[in-house]
Design a protein around this ligand. Sequence first.
Ligand code: AMP
Length: 309
Amino acid sequence: MNRVTQERSVLVVGSVALDGIETPYGRRERVLGGSAVYASCAARRFAKTAPVGVVGDDFPDEHLRFLESQGIALTGLYRKPGKTFHWSGSYTGGMGKARTLDTQLGVFQDFSPDIPADLRSCRYVLLGNIHPSLQIRVLDQMESPEVVGADTMNFWIEGEPELLREVVRRVRVMFINEAEIRSFTGESNLIAAADSLLEMGPQIVVLKRGEHGTSVHQVGGEIVFVPAYPSTEVVDPTGAGDALAGGFLGYLASRGDLSPGALQEAAIRGTVAASCAIEDFGPFRLASVSDAEIEARVDRINRMLGRSG
Ligand code: AMP
């Protein structure tokens, strides 16, 4: 059984899903997905990782074996009677944005996790995209996390803005995309929007700008930028944001510092994880890509930044 033993381990709460996805490359039903799955598959490349979530009795055992094969600790993953979270969406054209066709919370509807004792001491926590009340319940049980990051989406910005503001108040790093930050802050200028979000509590905003890259904004005005990895084959963009957040936090956990240099390196690792996630349906390419390929992509981004790598 995989165990989380180090201080610098990452706990990830989020959805564990069976997704239905349609892209110009094809259609898949009940493919393994969910924010906790993509984020964990990315974070575990750099640090011990444990997801917290729930699956239904329809969740195939082979997916649990797959996660176990990734070295991911499964003690925080519960199985309950009912249906696994299901999201379905489609992408067309440039595939910049998913059109959500259906969201069925299933067993997440009234899930209230008890974090196992061995996971409460994880120092790095990623509150992946899921109902903000669940994010808060997880945070309340953690002992003394050093770095807490949170991700969200329009579904919660529109549906649970008050609870989401509480999450934002309590985290150090907020992951958010352009459309979400504009809608959440009411600012159309992205720098003003990031500043406004920083005033609500976080010290760091990781602004995901799709093919235009990622900017990391810090209290005090420091901004670092990382271009998107120049992928030519985007098969299924699902999970890109989660992989970015997982890679970012996993790398920070392995480093243990939050200097602007470390944040830029973390954003590069997150960008690379996202680029792998989008090359196939589900998290399978992200899971199987070699460490050498990850390093080669890190070097390529460093060269794009004019650094020797
Ligand atoms: P991303 O493309 O990074 O936004 O992540 C997509 C993943 O998030 C999919 O695998 C979905 O199962 C999951 N997802 C979609 N909508 C929600 C939601 N409302 N709450 C939690 N997870 C979701």
